[in-house]
Write a protein that binds this ligand. Structure first.
Ligand code: ADP
Ligand code: MG
Length: 452
């Protein structure tokens, strides 16, 4: 029965989400009221209830013809026995607070403070980072007691790696205040190590890093070409791992591409779970901007936010940079947060020659080629020549950008994705028999490629 339900689910959700959330689940028991599912950790229950309750219920009804209540059973029993006993993780006692805890750790010369600003609550989850987010939540929930050890987060710069791993630390600290959480960049680790060698304090250095419960080590690509440091880290790693302590690492490239990292280090990394963070899509970028505006009480019109989300596509840091600039302008020069201001700021952050091709550019250019205005393409009109131009622009947007059909639809006056599919199909069909159109589109593509 569960196999059958899984099959239906696979049709309804994208394959990545399916593999993340439903592939690892087994059905454990079923009676005429309940379906008991075995999940890898508590976070699954929460996530599925919040995101997939409807789809799952529908699939159950489709297969069984009637409803079943879902119960979860956490499959942690299958994990190897960890020497890191649950009793080590005392739940939050009210009289203990983070401050007193941080102070004790702070006495150490090595400690880098974990930034309380980085939490799960203010991390926006989208398609590009939901797996990484889920894994981070699971690890924060039961440090050292999931199969995700080490957990490695990799991805381009400004995509939230540092935010995520510090969020693990903050969450774990709020749940288990006695946990020793060390956050450090690999660069700091390296310079501590070099200092330790120079001052003959290697044993203190090792003792320090071996004394934590959770080690959050940022940017391990920095270890490339640093043989001695790698060696030291290798021993620290083994020691922590053997004692069931949680290790979380980040890297700006996939682990197997960290060629200069020692082979044995890399093979250790494969014991755990490696997850990536991808650049956010349009909807996620917009959600991030909205969240940051809320947080800093910034009141920016919707179309300005959409403009920023449509044009700053590389990473989250750019989005934050844009908001900071707008905030400065608004506060210090009493400027209004207008589209014009947004255009200026986008040009400063992502100058046109480096900018990715946007749907907006495609719309404007296509309108020009067809002697129309870009508003025509966004308007409701069904006039034949406008419809054709609109379809060409949709086709180009699909071919030349990474935006989803939904996003493309939004740029054409909020048309839904089936309209976009229809438009694209129509053009593809025409291209097969209409040589003129083929030439025209080819030359438009060339032009747009250089326009970026
Ligand atoms: P990385 O370490 O991958 O280079 P950071 O974690 O430093 O990236 O992220 C850059 C900035 O963007 C940080 O201020 C971070 O808070 C913010 N950020 C990144 N991803 C998200 C997200 N999904 N939601 C909210 N803020 C984010
Ligand atoms: Mg970082």
């Amino acid at each position: 029965v569960w196999k059958h339900i899984q099959q239906i689910l696979r049709e309804y959700i994208n394959i990545r989400s399916y593999n993340t959330w439903f592939a690892p689940i087994e059905a454990i028991d079923m009676d005429d009221q309940h379906l008991v599912l075995g999940v890898p950790n508590r976070f699954f229950c929460e996530w599925i209830d919040n995101h997939y309750a409807k789809v799952l219920n529908n699939a159950i009804v489709q297969v069984l013809g009637e409803h079943r209540k879902i119960k979860y059973q956490i499959k942690n029993d299958s994990l190897p026995e960890s020497p890191y006993h649950p009793t080590d993780l005392q739940p939050a006692a009210p009289q203990l607070n983070k401050i007193s805890f941080s102070n004790t750790v702070n006495n150490s010369p090595f400690y880098t403070r974990i930034n309380e600003r980085y939490t799960f609550d203010n991390f926006v989850v989208g398609d590009g980072n939901n797996f990484a987010y889920a894994a981070a939540r699971a690890v924060a929930d039961s440090p050292g007691r999931t199969n995700y050890n080490p957990l490695i987060v990799y991805g381009g710069t400004g995509l939230g790696k540092t935010h995520l791993i510090q969020a693990i630390g903050n969450y774990a600290l709020s749940k288990y205040p006695m946990t020793k959480v060390y956050y450090t960049s690999s660069e700091t680790f390296t310079s501590h190590f070099i200092n330790a060698i120079q001052q003959n304090k290697i044993s203190e250095f090792s003792a320090y890093y071996r004394s934590c419960d959770i080690l959050l080590l940022d940017d391990i690509h920095f270890f490339r070409n640093k043989g001695k440091t790698q060696e030291e880290f290798f021993h620290t790693f083994n020691d922590l791992h053997q004692n069931g302590k949680q290790i979380v690492l980040t890297s700006d490239r996939p682990i197997n591409e960290l060629m200069d990292l020692e082979e044995r280090l890399i093979s250790r990394f494969k014991w755990g779970l490696i997850v990536d963070v991808q650049p956010p899509d349009f909807e996620t970028r917009l959600a991030i901007l909205r969240k940051k505006c809320d947080e800093s009480d910034l009141d920016i019109p919707g179309d300005v936010l959409e403009y920023l989300a449509a044009n700053l596509v590389e990473n989250v840091r750019e989005l934050e940079g844009a908001l900071t600039k707008i905030m400065a302008q608004v506060t210090f020069t009493a400027a209004e947060p207008t589209l014009e201001l947004a255009r200026q700021i986008v040009n400063e952050i992502a100058p046109p020659d480096k900018k990715m091709l946007t749907i907006e550019t495609i719309v404007e250019y296509t309108a020009k080629v067809f002697n129309l205005s870009s508003d025509h393409l966004r308007a409701k009109t069904r006039k034949k020549d406008v419809v054709r131009a609109r379809q060409v622009a949709m086709y180009l947007a699909k071919q030349m950008t990474n935006h989803s059909l939904i996003t493309i639809g939004l740029h054409f006056g909020g048309r839904d994705h089936s309209t976009v599919i229809h438009g694209i199909n129509t053009i593809e069909e025409l291209l097969r028999r209409d040589a003129n159109l083929r030439n025209q589109i080819e030359s438009m593509k060339k032009h747009l490629t250089y326009q970026k």
